[in-house]
Design a protein around this ligand. Structure first.
Ligand code: SF4
Length: 358
């Protein structure tokens, strides 16, 4: 089987070139070619001798994801639907902003968790993505936005909020994060990465003891067990109090001025009342957490039974949190028209396709 080199660290690449009886400096060149110059094939790595390129093509590949469709939103957001080499869907979203770009990547094809407000849940788990498949999504999005290997004009932030529960694919996720930060490669440091979990408690605790880690966001969606069991069934395994005590442990491991985030999707008439806001603030204060709360108006998608809370409702919810000392922000949805917004990724095509099969 051909080796997927995008998922190898520099040390692993050295071993690999050694197995081809090549000197170890070739590993450095290869790593640069794949990650810094973002070249999708060995043929384009013209600093390598022709014979070596031929040998590499025989034994390895740089990219494995195949672009199936590309959708362009009126707000500039791009959604990519890829297929893996075993034909499973992978989705990535590129969100340009004034000062930085954000790439939302997937950690799994589909997702085993059954959050009722999320379209991805309907796919079930197809499989975990490899570190190489995670890194490849970033390389592809940057090449598509700026051209192959072209220096990006702004910084790049990464969010692990695409399809899948990242903490159920912890080892490959962390490996991808280590590869992404290498100075001779993409050089996107963990401080630029935020990973969102539905609340896999043991991994939150593990992250608390991990050096060089990404920022943490926790999708909460409800302030009490009864409602959260309904909206996010993972809560039955790790109920809110257990989740909060892991959060407390994580918060203790943060540096001064660092914060983690709760994500709270706002579902009209379901979890958005003044009473829910008071319960949420009390929950956070009772556990002595300093986390901030991002309020995310739900992104409607058929056949999900929910509607987004109104602008006024979201604002009143935010004000109650602030009045009780909890910092809260409203997140602006991006790419709704192309089903690229939070909770909308389900490998679907949309009527508003701007470009497909490029
Ligand atoms: S919200 Fe996240 S964890 Fe929940 S089903 Fe969707 S992708 Fe999975």
């Amino acid at each position: 089987m051909q080796k997927h080199l995008t998922g190898l660290s520099q040390a692993e690449l050295s071993q690999f070139v050694g197995s081809l009886s090549e000197p170890s400096y070739r590993a450095r060149q290869l790593f640069q070619g794949i990650h810094e110059r973002r070249l999708p094939t060995f043929d384009e790595m013209t600093d390598l001798p022709k014979e070596l390129r031929a040998k590499l093509t025989e034994h390895a590949v740089v990219s494995t994801l195949r672009l199936e469709s590309r959708y362009l939103s009126t707000d500039g957001t791009r959604r990519y639907l890829f297929k893996t080499n075993d034909n499973l869907p992978v989705e990535t979203v590129f969100i340009p902003e004034e000062r930085r770009d954000t790439i939302c990547f997937s950690s799994q094809s589909g997702c085993p968790l059954q959050c009722t407000f999320c379209l991805t849940a309907q796919l079930g788990l197809l499989r975990n993505l490899t570190a190489g498949e995670i890194v490849e999504q970033i390389i592809f999005a940057l090449n598509d936005a700026y051209g192959v290997g072209v220096k990006t004009p702004r910084g790049t932030n990464l969010v692990g909020m695409g399809a899948g529960e990242p903490f159920l694919n912890f080892d490959e996720l962390m490996k991808a994060i280590r590869i992404l930060k290498e100075p001779g490669g993409l050089h996107i440091v963990p401080n630029r990465v935020t990973v969102s979990t539905a609340g896999i408690v043991p991994r939150i605790r593990e992250l608390a003891t991990t050096a060089d880690r990404p920022h943490l966001a926790i999708s909460l969606a409800a302030p009490n067990d009864e409602l959260r069991n309904e909206l996010m069934p993972i809560n039955k395994k790790w109920p809110i109090d257990e989740l909060m005590s892991a959060c407390r442990e994580f918060e203790k491991s943060l540096k001064r001025n660092e914060r983690f985030t709760f994500e709270y999707v706002m579902l009209d008439g379901v979890n958005d009342s003044d009473e829910h806001a008071r319960q949420l603030a009390n929950l956070i204060n009772r556990h002595q957490l300093h986390a901030k709360v991002n309020l995310i108006p739900h992104n409607p998608a058929e056949p999900l039974p929910y509607q987004p809370s109104s602008v006024e409702r979201v604002e009143s919810f935010r004000q109650i949190l602030e009045a009780k000392g909890v910092h809260a922000f409203v997140r602006r949805p991006r790419g709704r028209d192309i089903l690229a917004a939070c909770g909308q990724l389900a490998a679907r095509s949309t009527p508003l396709v701007a470009e497909a099969r490029t």
